[in-house]
Design a protein around this ligand. Structure first.
Ligand code: CTP
Length: 398
């Protein structure tokens, strides 16, 4: 289950030009399974009509403290009780000032006073206003009070000025909300993940590779970042965006991945080797495109280094996790790899099974541990597998 599945998120919209972006935030949250309620200030309603939010959220917009909902509930109290998290986007200088100073004179600021769940504040305004002492002081104050404050983007603003003050893109805001909703139990830990396929060139235009999409490794990197770790990813070629706040080393071949992993392993506390590494590479890579001059052809391959095995031999205190993608005899193969590569844990999956393997958004894995324990997991989203994996690793390193 995704982090936002069945969550109730309240979006507070205050009066700035970026208010239109909140519509997209709402849509994104719903796409990820959340239910959304919207609170607007009167000024926000001058930028985007409440009807837009009403139609999309399926709930009337809360705008006036003295108004009662048709159901008779006092919404600034009942929504504050029910909300799993709150996003204020855009947060104007005025709204920031009110919340920081305990002023509750409209629906949004009154609601915030009653909220006990995490609040992500997304300031958006003219650069001079954002950099003003009052706004900066108020933001410091909000952070000290436990609010999560997102730094605005820099760029060309609606007022024509270029500088900080732009509301970040909705996917980024939703992503940071997921971080806010995750425990910070990996704080202080450094995680190194390898992901994706490797590519072994045959000639300048052709290569040998495999079907790895990189999804599992990227989800692990993302989940580890959400949970507070400093994450580095050594990644083969994929079509996926690098998760926010994760540093990526791009590689193509197994030899490059070997070099990058060995170079970075000493700085890691946890190493998770998800990448699908080509076991063999072409012995003599042609300098020019190979022409079809004969009816058949033989390409001579030579063995690539086993990266995981090398890490297993060199590791000091790192917790080392490998993956075993098998088509049969999962237990025997996974246990043999666990032992021969000196791993603390191996994540086995049968790639030919429905709901598992390359390209799929779900995975069914079995975890084998060096101490002999085994965990069978059901089919889960790769994001949930990533979190389950981190839970198990944490339980063993603490
Ligand atoms: N691995 C690696 N370097 C290689 C081959 C594999 O680091 N040259 C790592 C993978 O990233 C994975 C684990 O070893 O974490 C198991 O990979 P897998 O392809 O399942 O097994 P192999 O060891 O290659 O064995 P085989 O292909 O014979 O099943």
């Amino acid at each position: 289950m995704g982090l936002l599945q069945n969550k109730l998120i309240v979006i507070g919209v205050s009066g700035g030009i970026a208010a239109y972006k909140s519509v997209e935030i709402l849509r994104q949250l719903q796409k990820e399974g959340a239910s959304v309620r919207v609170i607007m200030t009167r000024n926000a309603a001058a930028f985007v009509g409440p009807l837009t939010f009403e139609a999309l959220s399926g709930y009337s917009v809360y705008m006036d403290v003295v108004e009662k909902d048709v159901s008779g509930e006092i919404r600034h109290i009942s929504w504050a009780d029910k909300a799993d998290a709150v996003i204020i986007a855009p947060a104007t200088a005025n709204m920031i000032g009110k919340i920081a100073n305990g002023i509750a004179d409209d629906a949004l600021s009154t609601f915030i006073m009653a909220v006990r769940t995490p609040v992500l504040i997304c300031p958006a305004m003219n650069s001079n206003m954002y950099e003003s002492r009052a706004v900066q002081r108020n933001l410091d104050c909000l952070e000290a009070d436990g609010f999560h404050v997102l730094e605005p983007d820099s760029g060309e603003l609606a007022c024509g000025v270029t500088g900080p003050g732009r509301l970040p893109d909705p996917p980024f805001i939703v992503d940071r909300l997921k971080k806010v909703l995750s425990p910070s139990d990996l704080k202080g830990k450094r995680v190194l993940v390898s992901a994706g396929p490797t590519i072994e060139p045959i000639d300048p235009v052709r290569y040998i590779s495999n079907h790895s999409s990189g999804k599992m490794g990227y989800e692990i990197a993302r989940a580890a970042e959400y949970r507070g770790a400093e994450v580095k990813m050594v990644t083969g070629k994929t079509s996926l965006p690098v998760p926010f706040n994760v540093s990526a080393v791009n590689v193509l071949s197994a030899a490059e991945m070997y070099e990058a992993m060995i170079r970075n392993m000493d700085d890691a506390d946890i190493i998770i080797k998800v990448a699908a590494v080509a076991d063999y590479r072409v012995k003599d890579v042609a300098e020019h495109k190979i022409k079809k001059t004969s009816d058949d052809m033989i390409i001579k391959l030579e063995k690539n280094p086993d990266i995981l095995k090398a890490i297993g031999e060199k590791k000091k205190n790192q917790f080392l996790v490998g993956f075993a993608a098998e088509t049969r005899d999962l237990r025997e193969n996974a246990l043999a790899k666990l032992k021969s590569k000196n791993l603390d844990m191996i994540v086995g999956n049968v790639v030919s099974e429905e709901g598992s393997g390359f390209g799929s958004d779900t995975n069914r894995v079995t975890l084998f541990y060096a101490d002999g324990n085994i965990d069978h997991m059901p089919v889960m989203g790769k994001d949930a597998v990533a979190n389950a994996l981190i839970d198990r690793i944490l339980a063993r390193i603490i």
